[in-house]
Design a binder for this molecule. Structure first.
Ligand code: HEM
Length: 433
């Protein structure tokens, strides 16, 4: 029998779990999740102070997050937004779109048969077999990143030199965006999704008055559309092997995709493909820089690398949550959930669940099995997971070949973000091989 009362979060905890700063501080948040998994694994979170948001269920146990992820008929990606947002953000999206809570319609905002049709268009492209055709190209990008790292002497910020630009460059190459247009794409993505961390919010969007933000976002959408309309026309005239050609020439129910849908596809790939892999890459480097013996071991035995990559993805959990909406009255972990309720699947909490991961805060490259939830599960499971692993493996092969030893040269810092988070600074000292 599911319980009907709502186990409600203490106000300070409810505030902490949606505070971007908690995700930067990290350990105190993990302490909160440890308590919640024990005492209130499915907890009702209500608005606190001036941080007004629709109430939601916070789900922290691995088994519950896994079950929800796989039950795509009961836990929908509609109509509520799939990324936690304050009410003002939701109202803003509705104003921009004429009623939808999703600022951009894309794979993550579709459900059921529509989602499958859109996903199938590029699914093949992201499978290991096809990715082998871009391996050498990625290796070239990895070498260029390591050149940049070594250029400035024996100290550098790994995030600035390598982990931030490298995955962005890979995803842009794959999409068919020429290198000279990358800064524009980065700026547009930031303008569209804002940015909760002051250091990373280079577009300065948060400091603007609301009307100016509306104009800026509308301008970014128009600019994106115009850019990709041109790229689409080029790829229809002269198709190549890149993702842009696949999308430009895709047909759903006998019709080519319209400009809006194509833009949504490009935006989700551009947005999903860089900050995420940057975070797990920087996390892997942090773990290795703190453990010189592990660096030396993997330098001589590359078979250890896949374990390091997988553990770095769990340990960092770059995508910290996704939201779902209950399609009907149901239950999660014995707690009654009403039709229409909004739920947060917290992947950070799930990936630190001791029921599945012994000593979960420890970076353990030998962890086996390591069935983490950092890529989600079910119908929406990360489309780019093979690409992310491949990018990390190739980059670390290159680093291990070209760098003899590495250590921390200062304090690493995490970004303030409730959604995609990770290191924003990782000062390193190293010697070239
Ligand atoms: C979806 C994580 C890298 C493209 C997702 C989801 C997560 C995630 C948690 C949602 C899963 C769910 O709802 O069950 C990550 C992590 C990455 C990463 C941790 C790096 C370590 C990438 C890359 C790409 C990519 C490199 C491609 C360029 C996508 C797309 C979706 C997605 C298109 C939506 C899939 C759908 O809704 O069907 N990712 N991702 N991701 N990811 Fe990734």
């Amino acid at each position: 029998m599911a319980t009907r009362e709502k186990p409600t979060l203490d106000p300070a905890v409810a505030r902490a779990v949606i505070d971007p700063a908690s995700y930067a501080a990290w350990d105190p948040l993990l302490d909160i999740f440890d308590r919640l998994r024990e005492e209130m694994p499915v907890a009702w979170a209500e608005s606190q102070d001036d941080h007004v948001h629709p109430p939601f269920w916070l789900v922290t146990r691995y088994d519950d997050v896994m079950r929800m992820s796989k039950d795509n008929a009961t836990f929908l990606n509609n109509p509520h937004t799939v990324v936690f947002s304050l009410t003002e953000g939701i109202e803003f999206a509705k104003k921009m779109t004429g009623g939808s809570e999703h600022l951009v319609a894309s794979l993550v905002t579709f459900d059921g048969a529509t989602h499958m049709k859109y996903r199938k268009l590029t699914q093949e492209w992201f499978m290991p077999k096809n990715l082998r055709t871009v391996e050498e190209e990625i290796r070239g990008i990895a070498h260029a990143a390591v050149d940049r790292l070594l250029e400035g002497g024996n100290e550098a910020d790994f995030v600035k030199a390598v982990s931030a630009p490298y995955p962005l460059h890979v995803v842009m190459q794959i999409m068919g965006v020429p290198e000279e247009d990358e800064p524009r794409m980065l700026m547009l993505t930031q303008q569209l999704f804002g940015g909760q961390d002051d250091d990373l919010n280079q577009s300065g969007i948060k400091d603007l008055p609301p009307e100016a933000i509306t104009q800026l976002v509308a301008g970014a959408v128009a600019d994106f559309e115009a850019y990709f309309a041109k790229l689409t026309a080029e790829r229809r005239a002269n198709p190549t092997a890149d993702v842009a050609s696949t999308i430009a020439n895709a047909v759903i129910d006998g019709e080519p995709l319209n400009d809006r849908d194509m833009m949504g596809y490009y935006i989700i790939l551009a947005a999903a493909g860089h900050d995420t892999t940057s975070a797990s890459t920087a996390g892997a480097m942090l773990a290795l820089a703190r453990d010189p013996e592990q660096w030396a071991r993997v330098k001589s035995d590359r078979s250890l690398l896949p374990g390091i990559v997988e553990e770095a993805i769990r340990w960092t959990t770059p995508v910290q949550h996704f939201m779902r909406t209950a399609a009907e009255d149901t239950e999660v972990g014995g707690q009654a959930i009403a039709k229409g309720d909004w739920l947060m699947m917290n992947y950070v909490a799930a990936n630190h669940d001791p029921a599945h991961f012994e000593n979960p805060r420890k970076f353990d490259a030998a962890r086996s099995p390591n069935r983490h939830l950092a890529f989600g599960a079910g119908a929406h499971q990360c489309l780019g997971l093979h690409l992310a692993r491949l990018e990390m493996r190739i980059l670390f092969e290159t680093l291990l070949d070209r760098i003899e030893s590495v250590e921390l040269a200062g304090e690493p810092a995490r970004s303030k973000s409730t959604f995609v988070g990770g290191l924003k600074a990782l000062p390193l000292r190293f010697t070239a091989a």
